[in-house]
Design a protein around this ligand. Structure first.
Ligand code: I3P
Length: 109
């Protein structure tokens, strides 16, 4: 699965709160492949980058959980991703169909 999403970092991979200044929303082109969510600034990023660059801005979703962020009311169509290493992110999608599609894909790959 692929597509543009907005991402906000909430918790770092150690479970510590992401510091102020790094908590903003940022647009990424997301590619889910082999249990890894790759984040690039546009759809050419994956093809252009070296695998090492790809892994740098990647989120491993093995044992991760995606859930609709019903408690986050500032934006619509947002899901929360909690990873095995205790990082936490919010992702805003374009509509509810996309939201469900990302959640199902992440949870059932
Ligand atoms: C953050 C940015 C986010 C905001 C976050 C801010 O500042 O304004 O949009 O989250 O609030 O800290 P910065 O870009 O300097 O990191 P919301 O959009 O959810 O309000 P937060 O610290 O309460 O998460």
């Amino acid at each position: 699965k692929k597509g543009y999403v907005m991402r906000k970092c909430c918790m770092e991979p150690n479970g510590k709160k992401t510091p102020f200044g790094r908590r903003g929303w940022k647009m990424f082109y997301c590619t889910l492949r082999d249990l890894v969510l790759y984040l690039h600034k546009d759809e050419h990023g994956f093809r252009r980058s070296q695998m090492s660059d790809n892994l740098h801005n990647a989120i491993r979703i093995h044992h991760a959980l995606a859930t609709k962020a019903t408690d986050y009311t500032k934006k619509q169509h947002v899901f929360r991703l909690q990873t095995a290493d205790q990082a936490e992110y919010l992702f805003q999608t374009s509509d509810s169909k996309e939201l469900h599609s990302w959640v199902e894909t992440i949870n059932f790959v």
